[in-house]
Design a binder for this molecule. Structure first.
Ligand SMILES: N[C@@H](CCC[C@H](N)C(=O)O)C(=O)O
Length: 282
């Protein structure tokens, strides 16, 4: 099985071409245990997410599927979407500059820009608790989550995947490794959550670290960057266009309350490979 290694600001991916290789239409392309082994940075290829592109089933150009390093299938990956656009162009799988993807959470538009970046329309933020999903009687700018002995003030939003965003003074010493897993698996998130720690630099710049569901802390999380910005905007702290500084580089996020959230950033190809047979056999 052939794969391509890519990354978006250090959030890294193993991309599987399910257009020219035959891969199952439902369920994971490989057994979950194999996938976890391949995700391992010491024993396998190493990646935060596996991205799978397959023929679309409706009127989109392609079907885009995402699997976390723990083998779970999820419906959103912003950095991955940028890499997929670049992959489809590099491989000559489409001549289009605007690509429509079918995802488990709905359709998503990608645009390759003239300066070599990719803009993804992540869609509008979903604030209704049931759409996150999150257990609360009504939507609010912030909610209090009690975990262990502590209470945390967080904002909660759905972007096709669940996000929880907490304000911190300084991302460098934010309790990502300790509080991240606590909030991620908080019982009020029935499908768990990606947990963002946001430092506001000024109205148009933030710094962000994200403890991702199913992958742990990554160098960048595209949907996490969008989530942090719309949560900051909702609290009146941020402008329409915001530069997000992540461990692996910067993203530009724009949302003016109409249409979808636009995320612009780079996509990099690292190498191509073939998964050796012993790694594929359980
Ligand atoms: N890295 C991603 C998000 C990947 C999925 C996430 N871990 C989840 O489980 O929802 C991004 O760039 O958005």
């Amino acid at each position: 099985m052939k794969f391509t290694k890519m990354h978006g600001l250090g959030n890294d991916f193993m991309v599987l071409d399910g257009i020219r290789q035959s891969l199952p239409e439902e369920g994971p392309p490989l057994p979950a245990e194999t996938l976890r082994r391949l995700a391992d940075r010491h024993l396998g290829v190493g990646f935060d997410q596996l991205l799978l592109v397959q023929p679309a089933r409706g009127d989109a150009d392609f079907r885009y599927r995402v699997f976390n390093a723990d083998g779970s299938e999820v419906s959103q990956c912003g950095n991955g979407a940028r890499c997929l656009a670049q992959f489809l162009r590099d491989e000559g799988l489409t001549p289009k500059h605007e690509i429509r993807l079918e995802t488990a959470g709905g359709q998503m538009m990608l645009r390759l820009t003239d300066d070599g970046l990719v803009t993804v329309n992540v869609g509008p933020p979903r604030w209704a608790p049931a759409d996150v999903p999150f257990h609360a009687s009504s939507e609010a700018d912030t909610h209090i989550l009690v975990a262990g002995q502590n209470a945390y003030e967080v904002s909660v939003v759905g972007l096709g995947n669940p996000h929880c965003v907490m304000l911190v003074e300084n991302v460098e010493n934010a309790p990502v490794a300790s509080v991240g897993p606590l909030l991620q698996s908080h019982p009020d998130f029935p499908e768990q959550a990606n947990v963002g720690f946001m430092q506001i630099v000024d109205r148009s710049r933030i710094r962000l670290r994200v403890f991702e569901r199913g992958s742990g802390e990554t160098r960048a999380c595209g949907s996490g960057a969008c989530a942090a910005v719309v949560c900051g905007q909702r609290r009146g702290l941020l402008d329409d266009t915001v530069t997000v500084e992540l461990g692996g580089g910067t993203l530009r996020i724009h949302y003016d309350g109409s249409g979808g959230i636009l995320m612009t950033g780079p996509a990099s190809r690292v190498y191509e490979g073939v998964i050796p047979e012993p790694l594929l056999t359980p």
